[in-house]
Design a protein around this ligand. Structure first.
Ligand code: F6R
Length: 619
């Protein structure tokens, strides 16, 4: 989970370095514990690297400027092998003369044995990273072939694991060679200049024409050519596409943080995810779902695999999909799925949910599901990413780039896409399921406006958050689809405000957690609408009374017009009335705003919380 940028341009100037530094700033969300760049000039490889955020590297380059160049690579790191030190920062240099530089995202699993072999040959290492092994192997291979692409081909044949590698050599200015296996790499196609990046944000300020590389491919870019070969040496090609968002979409647009901006973009994220997915008469058409209706109608079981926030979207989906389709649906944390010997066969539909499309745990779960013969559908926000490519079909969420580490708009878009899938399956079943699906679609189309209403009412939530800046623990309760919302509210607070927070199913309280309640303990309660079946509303009102009686400070998220909660609530946060299964799209919003505002009140960096990275591409 590092960010990678490469550039080759027509003339030696400062453009190359500017492009790479700008790309690193846009990719910093992928990892931000150290950063570095390497450029080629007549004297060889010039390198700067610094631990800490990108600003440290920028200051270092300002103090010790780099020469004009045509060829540059840059890296922003999230440490895996070796701590976040200057020495472990990328690039790493290969060969005794240090004329080759490499940057890397991923993990080289067999690096120990490779390193032992290199040391035995007399190679000395300056870092604790797995990457440096690749640098030395590349340098050795270059000595033999005198060609960087051939050196990459020879090197990847020796590596196991997941990796994107970019390399430059002082003897081949104007060339950057990249390779990818189970880790992202896209090509930016410019006019007289070409680019490489972990994602298109790396070069979006310069070109919106991109090329997606396949697994196990090597790409060689020069200012006016892009050529691709497979790891077996045969010529290959990537899929060319035009990026439909621009640089402004990847910047803060006047907001204090990406997270604040992304929370505000949620009505659009949901509306865009719904866009173009129904015919005029309301029938759902999931065009990109390249799985036959026949295969889908034979599905007897659904398993949703995902991690973190995406898994909570999956939990919401379970309630909806089972209700609409009557197909049993399980939700698995992706990293647990393949180790528990899951019961999966050709009639099982495994749905992965992932914003980045690169989460290694989720990717491995999808691969495992395919090995077991399951049909796999990916719900994903990132075009060209690995998980959709490894799945039978994809439903893209159209949330736009999510830069803040804490997921917000992707969560709402994921829930929306899961609803679409559930409604589509219900439509396929026909009869009363199809009639209900059509009615829910009408309700779903009203949700973006309702989310906007919630956002317009957030002043009091912000006040509460600022008032609670010193709070040490917050509990979140919910029932039914409000339960995953409670879990998500707690996760947001933990990850960006570093406050201990727990989410519980409200019915579980008296089985243990109620012992945590002491006078003044803040508890958010996500209340289902009064028309939720099975008297759930009345049951949660009793739960609120139980904790209030023990001194809890209750902050209640309830629908407009729900007066039953008022006597037991210290604060009531109102959301518009909606169908019970669609409520998470509204009730989670105040919890996101609360976490964001509280973290800001504590003076924390909400976009880049400690110890985390946006895209978790290691298991
Ligand atoms: C929390 C958060 C994470 C991600 C999880 C999965 O705010 O963002 O829990 O949801 O790491 O990431 P994706 O969706 O990219 O697979």
């Amino acid at each position: 989970m590092c960010g990678i940028v490469g550039y080759v341009g027509p003339s030696a100037d400062t453009v190359a370095l500017d492009v790479v530094m700008e790309g690193l700033a846009r990719l910093e969300y992928r990892g931000y514990d150290s950063a570095g760049v390497a450029v080629i000039d007549a004297d060889g490889v010039q390198m700067r690297k610094r631990s800490g955020k990108l600003v440290n590297l920028r200051d270092d380059i300002a103090a010790h400027p780099l020469p004009p160049t045509t060829t540059a690579i840059g890296h922003t790191r999230w440490a895996t092998h070796g701590g976040p030190t200057d020495a472990n920062a990328h690039p790493h240099l290969g060969g005794a003369e240090q004329r080759l530089a490499v940057i890397h995202n991923g993990i080289i699993e067999n690096f120990h044995s490779l390193k032992t072999g290199l040391i035995a040959q007399g190679v000395s290492f300056t870092s604790e990273t797995d990457t440096e092994v690749a640098a030395h192997l590349l340098a050795q291979a270059y000595t033999q072939s005198g060609d960087l692409t051939a050196a990459m081909l020879a090197t990847v044949a020796q590596l196991d694991g997941a990796f994107t590698l970019l390399t430059v050599h002082a003897d081949q200015p104007g060339v950057v060679v990249g390779a990818r296996r189970n880790s992202p790499l896209v090509v930016g196609l410019g006019q007289g200049a070409n680019y490489l990046g972990s994602d298109v944000a790396a070069f979006i300020g310069h070109t919106r024409d991109a090329m997606e590389l396949g697994q196990d491919q090597i790409v060689t870019i020069t200012p006016d050519s892009v050529s691709v070969i497979g790891f077996d040496g045969t010529p290959a090609d990537g899929r060319r596409y035009h990026v439909d968002w621009d640089a402004a979409a990847a910047e803060k647009g006047g907001y204090p943080s990406f997270m604040a901006k992304e929370i505000d973009e949620q009505p659009h994220a949901v509306a865009d995810t719904l866009l173009g997915r129904t015919k005029e008469e309301g029938e759902l058409v999931l065009d990109e779902l390249r799985v036959s209706e026949e295969a889908l109608s034979q599905v007897t079981k659904i398993v949703i695999v995902a991690c973190g926030t995406a898994a909570y979207a999956g939990m919401v989906a379970k309630y909806a999909i089972e209700h609409w389709t009557r197909i049993p649906c399980e939700v698995d944390l992706a990293h647990e799925f393949r180790y528990r010997d899951p019961v999966v066969d050709g009639h099982t539909l495994v749905v992965s949910v992932s914003q980045s499309g690169e989460t290694m745990d989720t990717l491995m779960a999808v691969k495992h599901a395919r090995e077991l013969g399951a049909l796999t559908i990916s719900i994903c926000n990132t075009h060209g990413s690995t998980i959709p490519r490894e799945s039978d079909a994809v439903i893209y969420t159209h949330a736009g780039p999510e830069i803040a580490v804490a997921s917000t708009k992707a969560f709402l878009a994921q829930i929306t896409a899961c609803y679409l899938l559930g409604l589509y399956l219900a439509q396929l079943r026909g009869g009363s399921s199809a009639v209900e699906a059509a009615a829910v679609m009408r309700d779903l189309r009203e949700m973006p406006a309702k989310i906007q209403t919630v956002l317009d009412r957030m002043d009091r939530v912000r006040e509460i958050a600022r008032f609670m800046a010193d709070t040490r623990s917050v509990l979140f309760l919910g029932r039914h689809v409000g339960y995953p919302v409670a879990l998500e509210g707690a996760l947001k607070l933990k990850e960006i405000a570093y406050i201990h927070a727990e989410g519980f199913a409200a019915g579980e309280l008296k089985h243990g957690p109620i012992a945590l309640i002491e006078p003044g303990q803040p508890v958010f309660v996500v209340v289902p609408g009064p028309d939720t079946p099975h008297d759930l509303h009345a049951k949660i009102v009793s739960n609120i009374q139980e904790i209030r009686a023990r001194g809890a400070r209750t902050i209640v998220v309830a629908q407009d017009g729900d007066e039953a909660v008022v006597p037991f609530a210290d604060e009531v946060i109102r959301v518009p009335v909606s169908a019970p299964l669609l409520q998470p799209l509204l009730t989670v919003v105040p919890l996101q705003v609360f976490a964001c505002e509280l973290a800001v009140a504590k003076g924390l960096d909400v976009d880049q919380p400690r110890n985390l990275a946006k895209s978790v591409t290691v298991e």
